[in-house]
Ligand binder design. Sequence first.
Ligand SMILES: NC(=O)c1ccc[n+]([C@@H]2O[C@H](COP(=O)([O-])OP(=O)(O)OC[C@H]3O[C@@H](n4cnc5c(N)ncnc54)[C@H](O)[C@@H]3O)[C@@H](O)[C@H]2O)c1
Length: 319
Amino acid sequence: MKYKIAIIEKIHSAGIDLLDKHPDYEHELITDVSEENLIKTLPKYNACTLRVSKLNEKILKHCPNLKAISRHGVGYDNVDLNYIKKNNITLLITATANAVAVAEHVISMFLCASKSIFKYDNEVRAGNFKSNSDKIQTFELLNKNILIAGFGRIGKKLISRCRAFDAKVYVYDPYVDESVIKEFGGIKVNSLDDGLKIADYVSLHMPLTKETENMINYSTLKKMKKNSIIVNTARGGIINELDLEKALNENLIFGAALDVFSKEPVEKDNPLLKNKKVILSPHSATFTDECTSRMGIETTKNIIEFFENKLDKSKIIKT
Ligand SMILES: NC(=O)c1ccc[n+]([C@@H]2O[C@H](COP(=O)([O-])OP(=O)(O)OC[C@H]3O[C@@H](n4cnc5c(N)ncnc54)[C@H](O)[C@@H]3O)[C@@H](O)[C@H]2O)c1
């Protein structure tokens, strides 16, 4: 018998090649990710890959053969964790593929926002080579305080990149021991507020949970420095978007950069789309050529290793 694998939304061909080389697997691409279509098509599969579409109880209860869900990524807020726990479905993540790509995305957002790259670009194109450039404020990372909130895989890749710019790095993560933070050259802060008060740059790297939802809101933004920049590549709901818009309009902070949004694709009437103090990207922090290939491979390799009982435990999410 061959294992039937559903590829829910396209992944890099390098991942598909891995399945093709293996005699025990057959696969099919599912591009229509509507609830209705997933209920109809998923029941016959033994495992699936999953990008950003949702697998809720309504869909999963029609999938008696499903043994593993292999996330193309590390976040899993799109999967019904209660249901998979009760029904013994294993959740796998690409734990090693994407941290560097996200860390580089954060650095590029820090630099674009603080060097006002897009404002300069607009001025040059508008023919204002000299006249407006002195009105644009820019900053350096040198000797600045950077707060990394959430010190897991991505936070740990980001810290060395920040330190390469001679910045002082503070870390807020109540679940990581001070000695680990020290080992990476960071300084532990005991509360988010303590970090926000001293930071010139803030980058968020925690999961979206009940505890972290709206963690950055008007009241926390008010505590930040006027020249500070906040970057969110984690999950949209962690920053309250309306509060961020208000804080930017009231000049409470200098700028923001967002790769993730509370609703994705971002809604057309989201006021941040018109706000020039924000840099936006479409949940694309991992979209480098190198990372999409690594993620494609790790997503299908996890499935193969799961069925062969060879999977490293760090790839399995305990629900
Ligand atoms: N933009 C993208 O394309 C992209 C790509 C990968 C990951 N992500 C997101 O980035 C985030 C981090 O990913 P990771 O791989 O580093 O995860 P990880 O699980 O390795 O690390 C998360 C860290 O957050 C900490 N944490 C949990 N609750 C916290 C809280 N209340 N306050 C502070 N810290 C808290 C944990 O202790 C852990 O160290 C996740 O939300 C993930 O979904 C986004």
